[in-house]
Design a binder for this molecule. Structure first.
Ligand code: NOJ
Length: 746
């Protein structure tokens, strides 16, 4: 009896405690706060300012190591009520220094009238890029080459832990732009040219950042940011932030699907494309930002502008007369927060616009409400400070193992004539070329700095390709001669001389790190001096293995025939050197497959899912250097028994396709089984084929597996001119590898 009474008491106590401490719903808390806020405070929340502005020093004179300026910090947070900060100031900071920076910012926020925490956002594109010593994975184009969303999810989870350990709760990633313009300097930030692959990767990334239930208050999760909504990857000229011309049905067919899926996966924020589509900057496009994104896709989170995009509306696009006009247009189109980035032009103009009745207060409450809601969802009101216990989970050896695996799986073997690879470790090797002995080229942009080209800042314990080859083969067997820089000859004759003493040459070519507009190029061909180096080495008679470190498919046609092997490494991250050496020596079997079409000629940039009119034969032949989905292995795979469970189907019926894959070689390998569907006749000229399913499988030598795919109405539909999905009866062709089978839809 006594026991029962005690437990009743305990239950009552627990109930009272939960009643006392249970928080009201987030919406109620947001409304309570909004009710207490002035117009200035609300607009302050909508203002996002770069860290430089609150640091000691200015511009190039900013103090190193970075130090916050308390006075400036108080001014922007307490006097101006700024709601969000972003970026890095100078370059990567240590974990401890980030913890101090964030704590100091939040200390000041707590001095405020309403104690609203500051939201901090950062570009942790391939890992916690701005925290020294973080696990830096292959860039997205390499992750897409793995065709392994599960592996990307692991990488994304590790990134979330390391970003949050830095005290930062908001990551400006994933990039869901479609990589359908090979010249574009941000191609490497995408998951390639296909909507289905981008969708699978994008969803995996969001879930890795936010968790299954999108509980971003969890101490090891961050809010993800889908960017750059929408159409950013389509500049006609190939130059960054230049016009795109995209019909609505094309946008919905090829560009929108990853956003639909990632919004459904619960992503909390979206960043907007700085460019324009059909002459209208996306920042003022109410149809795209509000009707489509919120109305149709059901997005409920925060819409952030990109960098300085209000100013660009009148300075570059010239659709607004001045800043005030631009602010009104953007806010009324649906922008909730503006990455200003360095002054109060947005804030002052928006306050004036509300006072003049040109922007309704309801729009301010809506935008500010979404920002406050995100801060509640992130748990910042309860605890805005870094969780120091996460240090134990920062850059762990386990994370490095996953990173190495990701780098290995991202490598695409494009050519291996006569099985020159794997190399024998006893071979004498000449390593040459501008990307052979640098870490920066393994990582690309968003690595310690925006451009990623400060070799001096990068960790000393990570291996370049040269060092990794020397570590695996023994330094006495490996020599180095630069041959060429990125774009001019160093000493090709010296490299050729050195090649004569070697058994094999590994020529490491590619691009200097770049990011955004500075990466614009006028010619997709790899610079001539690098091609000359390889041509000279090929003439020497020694076998040449080419390794490519680059963010887009640079044209290398003149050296393809003479190269014995070509390994495309993209930007494989901090373990990239080891991964490349592992593949060169056969310690890892390459399994990457191209997520883009690799062009043969600079003016022939036709994609894999082209229309039939783009491949009519003769002078109009689809003739890439390597097709989308291509990649070799050290083993061989045979495909057989492609079967459809029915040869005709009624609308709404599902067709199941199966195919058997056998490892016919001598070593275990990973194969990505890809299923393509062609709608043979349609009322809008159909693409010749589109990817509709893929599965990555592992096969031991001699082993066979049967893989199943289902095709439903969704896969058989296309987007009509009215922007709606249509399914038309007729004949379809299913293709897997070199097998195909047709069915009729009644
Ligand atoms: C501009 C870039 O376009 C965007 O990707 C990035 O997130 C912001 N700057 C913040 O650095």
């Amino acid at each position: 009896m006594k026991v029962a009474r005690i437990s009743l008491f305990a239950a009552l106590l627990a109930l009272t405690a939960s009643l006392t401490y249970a928080q009201p719903a987030v919406e109620v808390r947001v409304q309570n706060l909004l009710d207490q806020m002035t117009l200035e405070e609300k607009v302050g929340q909508m203002t996002q300012i770069t860290l430089e502005v609150v640091s000691v020093g200015e511009g190039p004179g900013i103090r190193e190591p970075l130090m916050l300026d308390r006075k400036k910090l108080r001014e922007i947070i307490l006097d101006r009520g700024v709601g969000a900060l972003f970026n890095v100031g100078t370059h990567a900071h240590s974990l401890e220094s980030w913890n101090e920076i964030i704590s100091e910012i939040q200390d000041v926020a707590r001095e405020g009238r309403l104690k609203i925490p500051v939201l901090y956002g950062i570009d942790a594109i391939h890992g916690a890029t701005y925290t020294r010593g973080a696990t830096l994975f292959p860039q997205s184009i390499g992750m897409a080459s793995t065709w392994n969303p599960d592996l990307l999810r692991l990488a994304s989870e590790i990134t979330a832990v390391e970003v949050r350990a830095s005290g930062i709760p908001w990551n400006f990633n994933p990039v869901l732009d479609s990589g359908r313009q090979p010249l574009w300097p941000r191609l490497w930030e995408t998951f390639g040219e296909d909507a289905l692959l981008t969708t699978a990767m994008g969803v995996a990334y969001v879930k890795g950042q936010e968790g299954d239930a999108n509980d971003i208050s969890a101490p090891d999760r961050v809010a993800s940011c889908l960017k750059h909504y929408i159409g950013y990857g389509h500049p006609v000229s190939g130059k960054d932030r230049t016009p795109a011309w995209v019909p609505d049905h094309y946008l919905r067919q090829y560009i929108l699907p990853p956003y639909i899926a990632a919004v459904a996966a619960g992503a909390h924020t979206v960043m907007v494309n700085s460019g324009d589509i059909n002459g209208v900057p996306v920042h003022i496009n109410r149809y795209l930002l509000t009707d489509l994104l919120r109305g149709e896709l059901g997005f409920k989170g925060l819409i952030d502008s990109d960098y300085a995009d209000i100013a660009k509306l009148y300075q570059n696009h010239r659709v607004a007369a001045d800043n005030k006009d631009a602010v009104r247009m953007a806010v009324m189109a649906g922008i909730d927060m503006v990455m200003v980035p360095a002054d109060f032009s947005f804030t002052d103009d928006l306050i004036a616009l509300v006072r003049e009745g040109k922007v309704p207060m309801s729009r301010i409450d809506e935008a500010c409400g979404r920002i406050l809601k995100l801060k509640y969802q992130l748990g910042l009101f309860d605890n805005p400070y870094p969780d120091k216990s996460l240090k134990a989970r920062f850059a762990t050896p386990e994370a490095a193992v996953i990173n190495l695996r990701a780098a290995q799986e991202s490598l695409v073997l494009l050519k291996n004539e006569g099985g020159i690879l794997p190399l024998k470790k006893s071979a004498k090797i000449l390593v040459t070329g501008p990307t052979a002995n640098r870490l920066s080229v393994l990582n690309g942009g968003w690595t310690y700095t925006w451009q990623g080209n400060r070799e001096d800042l990068l960790p000393k314990d990570k291996l370049t390709i040269l060092k990794a080859i020397a570590a695996e083969a023994g330094a006495n067997r490996v020599s180095f001669s630069l041959g060429s820089t990125y774009d001019s000859e160093a000493d090709i004759a010296a490299a050729v001389k050195a090649a004569k003493k070697a058994d094999v040459v590994v020529a490491c070519l590619g691009e200097e790190p770049y990011c955004e507009t500075p990466g614009n190029i006028g010619d997709l061909t790899l610079p001539q001096s690098q091609l000359d180096l390889v041509l000279a080495l090929q003439k020497s008679g020694k076998p040449v293995v080419v390794v490519l470190l680059q963010g887009r498919p640079r044209i290398i046609r003149p050296i393809v025939d003479g190269a014995r092997a070509i390994l495309l490494a993209w930007l494989p991250g901090m373990e990239g050197g080891r991964a490349i050496a592992d593949v060169l020596f056969g310690d890892a079997n390459p399994s990457g497959r191209l997520p883009v079409t690799y062009p043969r000629s600079p003016n022939d940039l036709v994609l894999y899912d082209h229309l039939w009119t783009e491949n009519t034969g003769g002078t109009n032949r689809f003739n890439p250097q390597w097709p989308f989905g291509f990649g070799l292995s050290y083993t061989t795979f045979a495909y057989s028994d492609l079967k459809l469970d029915k040869s005709s189907a009624a609308r709404g019926e599902v067709i199941t396709a199966s195919v058997t894959v056998t490892n016919t070689g001598q070593v275990a390998g990973l194969e990505t089984v890809q299923l393509y569907l062609s709608d043979l006749v349609a009322s809008i000229a159909p693409p010749n084929k589109r990817l509709k399913g893929f599965r990555k499988i592992e096969l031991a030598p001699g082993e066979s597996k049967t893989v199943y795919f289902t095709l439903s109405g969704e896969e058989m539909s296309f987007i009509g001119l009215d922007g709606k999905p249509v399914i038309e009866p007729g004949e379809f062709r299913v293709t897997v590898a070199d097998l195909s089978s047709n069915f009729t839809l009644k």
